[in-house]
Design a protein around this ligand. Structure first.
Ligand code: COA
Length: 320
């Protein structure tokens, strides 16, 4: 199959075409979440000018069958590293186009003097993983991306844990309830998050984003106070878990930061927070929940105990 490439522009037509490809790819899995046009515009507006070495539609027989991207990674301390991305219509997965597409991307990395190329694949993309390994990429990281189908989630299994947490005098409240009582949830959650993310490097930006940015979450498409649960020990805010449905697919949600202050750990609080957030999400019509966890982390173990299915994202790297 002869493949050609057309540069992607920031026009309405190209955003619509990119979103259609993302929607088709996501439709290939039950809990797949496409990135919508608005989110794409938002992400692009926050990129440095000239961030992309290349961003193109992949065409075959006159049809746009996918999109590719090559972007220099500047945050990972690895000079010359370029992240390669591929979104492909499901009918073109596994028909042999992945290898020529990645060869094209590697040529781009070489043409800009890049020394390293990195690509990611879910553990359900066996063909893509095999192609990358054949092309000399090496698997360098495996991160947990556990998934839960709320139709199979049995909250009653955790009722004894929730009762025990309540017996210890810990109250679990959603931001809806706290806001109704006039509590300044933003200030308290901001301070708590800043403490908790010290142990979660991936969410480190929450330490520097500022209280104003924190308050700005209200009334964005991502605002879901029903699924943001905090644990209070009297006046003290000791833990939180939050979960957000995707604006593009309200039946799929991602859990963001779950954490409990050190003095209150191993008392069932994180379990109770998550069970409560999952139940609220189910009541709001969410069916699938996923998250990202470091391999071997306490949080991954906790999620698997809750019934999340083990899934992984694999990172592949090739030195040129
Ligand atoms: C991970 C974290 C949220 C757990 O909170 P917690 O309230 O202590 O968790 P729970 O008491 O509900 O623990 C439930 C079970 O999870 C597992 N677990 C929890 N912490 C664990 C740890 N440090 N090591 C191994 N297993 C652990 C255990 O199986 C535990 O059951 P047990 O105590 O009966 O053995 C807490 O350690 C934390 O806030 N860490 C820092 C923030 C963070 O890393 N968050 C995750 C990324 S968003």
């Amino acid at each position: 199959m002869r493949l050609t490439y057309i540069p992607i522009e920031n026009t309405d037509a190209d955003y619509a075409a990119r979103a259609a490809i993302a929607r088709a790819e996501a439709a290939g899995s039950a809990a797949g979440v496409p990135m919508g046009e608005e989110d794409m515009r938002w992400v692009d507006s926050h990129r440095k000018p000239g961030a992309f070495c290349s961003r193109e539609f992949v065409c075959a027989g006159g049809n746009r069958i996918g999109t590719v991207s090559c972007i220099e990674e500047t945050d990972d301390g690895m000079p010359g590293n370029h992240a390669l991305g591929l979104t492909l219509l499901p009918e073109y997965c596994e028909v042999g186009v992945e290898e020529p597409i990645f060869e094209h991307l590697l040529e781009i990395v070489k043409s800009v003097g890049g020394q390293v190329a990195t690509a990611c694949a879910g553990d359900d993309r066996a063909v893509l993983s095999a192609v990358l390994l054949r092309m000399g990429f090496e698997c360098v990281k495996r991160e947990g991306r556990p998934e839960l189908d709320l139709a199979e989630f049995d909250a009653s299994r955790f009722a004894p844990t929730l009762r025990e947490v309540e017996r210890q005098g810990i109250a679990l409240r959603s931001l809806v309830e706290l806001s109704e009582e006039g509590v300044d949830w933003a200030l308290n959650c901001y301070e708590l998050s800043r403490e908790l993310v010290l142990e979660v490097p991936a969410l480190g930006h929450l330490r520097t984003c500022g209280l104003d940015k924190f308050r700005e979450q209200i009334d964005t498409p991502w605002w879901f106070p029903e699924g943001w649960i905090v644990a209070l020990d009297g006046e003290r805010w000791v833990g939180q878990s939050n979960l957000i449905p995707y604006p593009e697919r309200r039946d799929v949600a991602v859990t963001v930061l779950t954490g409990v202050v050190e003095s209150h750990r191993r008392r069932g609080i994180a379990t109770s927070l998550k069970v409560t957030a999952l139940e609220r999400a189910r009541q709001a019509g969410v069916r699938f929940v996923h998250t990202d966890n470091e391999e071997g982390s306490a949080m991954l173990g906790l999620n698997l105990r809750l019934g999340f299915r083990e899934r992984y994202t694999l990172t592949y790297r090739k030195t040129l």
